[in-house]
Design a protein around this ligand. Structure first.
Ligand code: NAP
Length: 425
C-alpha cells in the first residue's frame, strides 16, 4: 500500500513480455459496439501480459472520485477498482467481435483500418489490431473525456468532414446526460472516463471538461488530487496523446489527476494544450497547439486529427487561455459583429438574408486581405477611407459608441471568466 492508502502501482504488466502481439494494447481492447460501453463498463483493465498496467487506485482522501457514473457510483473501492485483469475469454472475445461491428465504416466514411500506419512502426496485437507509433487519422481510436458542446462540434467535424468512422470515436461523461446523441450517431459511449484509457484503448484522448472539475479534484484530495479517472490510467505501450481543451488548467495539474504519481514517467504519453473553436463542426475551425504543428516533434496523428477539422497555429502553453478567449470565444464575438453589421444593411432596406450574406462576405474579404498582405488592420482601414468620405464618418460613429473597447473587453471578459470559473465552484 502506498502511504495514502492507494494500491501500490503494479509494474508487472508493463514490464512483462507481452504474450501476444506485444504492442501493449489491452487484451480486452475491443470497444463495445456503438453505445455499448456504458452498459458494460467492466473489463476495462488490460489483461496481464499485454504490456499495460491497470491504473492504480486514486488517493483515498477524495472519497469516491470523479466518476460517479461508473458502475457502483459512489460505492467503495470494490466497484471502482479497475476490473480484474482476468477478464474472461468469452468477454474478451465478445469485445473483439464488437470492435469489428463498431468499426465498420458507415457509408461515405473511410474504413478504420489500422494498416495505414507505416509498416516498420506497427505491430499486431493478438486481437488483430495494428498499432504502435503509427496511429494515424485513418486508424486511431479517438477519445473524448467530456461530452459537451465543444466535443459535439469536434465530433461533428471529424465524422462529417474528416470522414472518421464514428465507431472509432469514444466519448465519456460523468452523468451520461449528453451521451445519447453521440450514441445515436454511432460513437461508443461510457460513463467511466477510465474506459477511454483501458478497455477502449484510445490513441488520442481529448480532455474537455471545465477547469473547475479538475480544480475540485485538488480540493477533494489530500496530498494528491483525486483521480479524474477513478483509478490512475494504465501504462500503455503504444503512445497515448492527451490533448487538453480544459481552460485555466495547466497540463502539469491535469496530468496529476490522471497519472500514477509513483511512476509518472513510465507512461508513453504526450500531453498538449489545444484550442479548437466551434467552427471545427464544419471542418473550418481555427486551432492552436502548444507545439509547432509542422515540426518533427509533433506526432503525425496529433497533427492529422487536428488539421482534419481546423487550421492549426503554434502557441506556447502559457498563452493558451488568452488564445482561447480570442480564437475560441472570439468566434461568438465575430458572429455578433456580423449580425450587427448586417442589421445596418437591413435598416437601410436590404432583405435580412442578403444583408447577412453581404456582411459575412465583407468580413471574409477583409480577413483575406489582412492575411494576404500581412498588414495591420489600421493600415488597411486607412486604405479604404477617403478624406471626408462616408467611411470616416461611420468610423467616428463607431468610436463614439465604444465599439473598439467593447470588443476588447469581450475578449478580456472571456479570459477572466475562465479563471473565475476554475476557482469559484
Ligand atoms: N479550447 C477551446 O477552444 C475551447 C472552446 C470552448 C470550450 N473550451 C473548454 O472545453 C471544456 C468544455 O467546454 P464545453 O463548452 O464543451 O462544456 P459543456 O458543454 O459545459 O460540457 C462539459 C462536459 O463535461 C462533462 N463532465 C463534467 N464533469 C465530468 C467528469 N468528472 N468526467 C467526465 N465528464 C465530465 C459534462 O458531462 P455531464 O453532462 O455528464 O455532467 C459535460 O459533458 C471547458 O474546459 C472549456 O473551457 C475550450
Amino acid at each position: 500500500m502506498s502511504d495514502d492508502g492507494s494500491k501500490p502501482p503494479s509494474d508487472a504488466g508493463a514490464d512483462a513480455a507481452p504474450s501476444s502481439g506485444a504492442d501493449g494494447a489491452p487484451a480486452s481492447s475491443g470497444p463495445a459496439g456503438g453505445g455499448a460501453a456504458e452498459e458494460a463498463p467492466v473489463g476495462a483493465a488490460p489483461a496481464s501480459g499485454t504490456g499495460a498496467t491497470p491504473g492504480d487506485k486514486q488517493p483515498s482522501a477524495g472519497g469516491t472520485g470523479a466518476e460517479e457514473g461508473a458502475a457502483g457510483a459512489s460505492a467503495g473501492a470494490a466497484s471502482e477498482d479497475p476490473p480484474a485483469a482476468s477478464a474472461t475469454k468469452s468477454s474478451a472475445a465478445a469485445g473483439d467481435k464488437k470492435v469489428k461491428s463498431s468499426e465498420k465504416p458507415k457509408s461515405g466514411e473511410k474504413a478504420p483500418s489500422r494498416t495505414g500506419a507505416s509498416k516498420s512502426s506497427v505491430k499486431s496485437t493478438g486481437s488483430g489490431r495494428k498499432r504502435g507509433a503509427g496511429a494515424t487519422l485513418e486508424n486511431a481510436r479517438i477519445g473524448f473525456l467530456g461530452a459537451g458542446k465543444l466535443v459535439e462540434a469536434i465530433v461533428k467535424g471529424l465524422v462529417g468532414h474528416a470522414k472518421v468512422a464514428p465507431g472509432r470515436i469514444y466519448v465519456s461523461s460523468k452523468s451520461g446526460r449528453s451521451l445519447d446523441g453521440f450514441k445515436q450517431n454511432g460513437c461508443v459511449v461510457t460513463k467511466r472516463n477510465y474506459d477511454l484509457f483501458a478497455k477502449l484503448d484510445c490513441d488520442v484522448v481529448f480532455v474537455a471538461v471545465h477547469g473547475h472539475v479538475i480544480r475540485e479534484l485538488f480540493k477533494l484530495g489530500g496530498t494528491r488530487p483525486v483521480a479524474l479517472t477513478t483509478n490512475y490510467i494504465p501504462n500503455q505501450r503504444h503512445p497515448l496523446y492527451l490533448l487538453s481543451l480544459v481552460g485555466g488548467i495547466p497540463l502539469t495539474d491535469l496530468k496529476q489527476t490522471l497519472l500514477n504519481p509513483d511512476h509518472p514517467d513510465k507512461y508513453k504519453l504526450e500531453a498538449h494544450r489545444v484550442m479548437l473553436n466551434a467552427s471545427v463542426a464544419y471542418g473550418l475551425g481555427l486551432g492552436a497547439l502548444d507545439i509547432e504543428p509542422d515540426s518533427k516533434k509533433c506526432a503525425t496523428v496529433v497533427r492529422d486529427v487536428l488539421t482534419s477539422v481546423a487550421k492549426l497555429e503554434y502557441f506556447p502553453e502559457t498563452t493558451m487561455d488568452a488564445v482561447c478567449a480570442l480564437g475560441g470565444n472570439g468566434l461568438a464575438f465575430v458572429h455578433y459583429f456580423i449580425s450587427a453589421l448586417s442589421d445596418g444593411g437591413f435598416k437601410m432596406g436590404m432583405p435580412k438574408v442578403v444583408a447577412v450574406k453581404m456582411a459575412t462576405k465583407t468580413l471574409q474579404s477583409a480577413a483575406a486581405c489582412l492575411l494576404e498582405s500581412g498588414k495591420h488592420p489600421s493600415d488597411l482601414r486607412d486604405a479604404c477611407t477617403s478624406p471626408s468620405g462616408p467611411a470616416i464618418y461611420g468610423l467616428h460613429l463607431l468610436e463614439s459608441k465604444d465599439t473598439a473597447s467593447g470588443l476588447a473587453a469581450a475578449v478580456e471578459g472571456a479570459f477572466k471568466r475562465v479563471r473565475e470559473l476554475v476557482e469559484s465552484k
